[in-house]
Design a protein around this ligand. Structure first.
Ligand code: ATP
Ligand code: MG
Length: 406
């Protein structure tokens, strides 16, 4: 039997319809268990139904008998209806507000500007990162007039990269606290996964709010998520969002009276789109390293300020010595583990309260380990594959020092 072009298209539409229905079923099944994932799948099913309708339209256009055309038109209308039924109801509303407020909006994408109360004093070590942030963000924000007189453009941004748990997000918040800027904490993954198709709209709302409330820092946390999903089925969403981010960076860099600064973070700089790192965009890069001995000591101190857990100076020295290779987050975790020892004694074993001693922390050290190694091994493999080894000497040094032989 000869299959006409229009019949071929109709068969294709039927195949697409099966896929769309199964997506809708999956979404329905997930609704009570994982509403976020369900919403995501409903959005995909909706798009899939639209694709089906398009395929039937193509079939009608390609010809066929009157009977066939009637059937396909009927199907076309049916699938448009199905797509409509899956339109988000009510459409997600965007609420970007200053300082909270009483309005509650279900399902709203909401990024409120944060007023950070963290400052550089609470960030142990990372002196060169602080210096770079001071030069390129804090100073221009504090003295825009000087920058104008020097003919220097305020704006641009910094890409912070480095192993997980070493303070990238933390220092971003501290930067905002230092210059009392509004801090827009945009986790790329949240934008992408929750709001397929609406990512750019939400991103725009953030930029608009940041402009209105300038000076602001727009913090794009875990920006590699953009690259990761570019390989996936949703690549067009991601590409559109990347373009939106690029044009926002270009457009706002020049407004000296309303400076917006960009900061972004990643553990995998080698997969970040090079276009995002061009001049005027995230044109500076800062490596956020593992805490050195002095920083480890300070992080331990900062996290043991409460009455029962303060240690002596030599205790901190010893602990700093025995935690080489720990990330900052590992150290915070270690102090929690030590505190748990006392908590358990008091609550579960009915023992009296007592101040913590070095031994509690040493037990915690023996029970915890650095989270760096598994990451380093993975990073090493990716970096080698990317062919960009020479661009990241800091990481290579870290890998050389700590990585286990494979
Ligand atoms: N330099 C530091 N000084 C004091 N505390 C720190 C420092 N760096 C990190 N911390 C502590 O460790 C926690 C984890 O750090 P943070 O979330 O900033 O890591 P990150 O580099 O963003 O990690 P990831 O790549 O996994 O997102 C912080 O919330 C903070 O409590
Ligand atoms: Mg982080």
């Amino acid at each position: 039997m000869v299959v006409s072009e229009s019949q071929r298209k109709a068969a294709e539409a039927q195949g697409l319809a099966n896929g769309a229905r199964s997506l809708e079923e999956q979404a329905a099944g997930l609704q009570s268990v994982n509403p976020e994932q369900a919403r995501y799948l409903f959005a995909k099913a909706r798009q899939a139904y639209l694709d089906v309708a398009q395929a039937y339209q193509d079939a009608v256009k390609a010809g066929g008998t009157e009977q066939e055309k009637n059937n396909w038109t009927h199907s076309l209308n049916l699938y448009v209806k199905k797509a409509r039924a899956l339109a988000p109801q009510p459409p997600p509303r965007i609420a970007v507000r200053q300082g909270g407020g009483s309005e509650t909006i279900d399902d709203a994408f909401e990024i409120k500007p944060e007023k950070s109360d963290i400052t550089f004093a609470q960030v142990a070590g990372l002196d060169s990162v602080k210096e770079q942030i001071r030069l390129s963000i804090i100073q221009p924000m504090k003295s825009p007039a000087l920058y104008q007189r020097l003919g220097l453009k305020a704006g641009g941004g910094i890409l912070l990269y480095g192993p997980p748990g070493c303070g990238k997000t933390f220092i971003g918040k501290a930067a905002a606290g230092e210059c009392k800027a509004n801090f827009y904490n945009v986790k790329i993954n949240d934008i992408l996964s929750k709001y397929v198709g609406e990512s750019e709209q939400h991103f725009n709302a953030v930029v608009e709010s940041a402009t209105k409330n300038a000076p602001s820092i727009i913090f794009l946390d875990e920006i590699d998520a953009l690259a990761v999903s570019r390989d996936s089925a949703d690549s067009s969403h991601t590409t559109r969002l990347v373009n939106q981010i690029l044009s926002s960076m270009d457009g706002f860099a020049s407004q000296a009276d309303k400076p917006i600064f960009w900061m972004a973070t990643t553990n995998r700089p080698w997969i970040v789109d090079p276009a995002i790192r061009r001049p005027g965009r995230l044109d500076k890069t800062a490596f956020v390293p593992l805490p050195d001995r002095a920083a480890r000591r300070k992080i331990l101190e900062l996290n043991t300020k409460a009455e029962l857990v303060r240690l002596g100076p030599q205790d901190y020295d010893l602990l700093a010595d025995s935690t080489d290779g720990y990330t900052s987050a590992d150290l915070v975790f270690l102090t929690k583990e030590a505190k748990q020892i006392i908590l358990k004694e008091v609550t579960a074993e009915g023992k009296p309260e007592r101040p913590a001693v070095l031994n509690d922390f040493q037990i915690a050290v023996s029970q915890t380990k650095s989270s760096l190694l598994p990451w380093l091994n993975k990073a090493k493999a990716e970096l080698v594959k990317s062919g960009e080894i020479s661009e990241y000497p800091d990481l290579i040094a870290l890998i050389k020092k700590y990585s286990q032989a494979n």
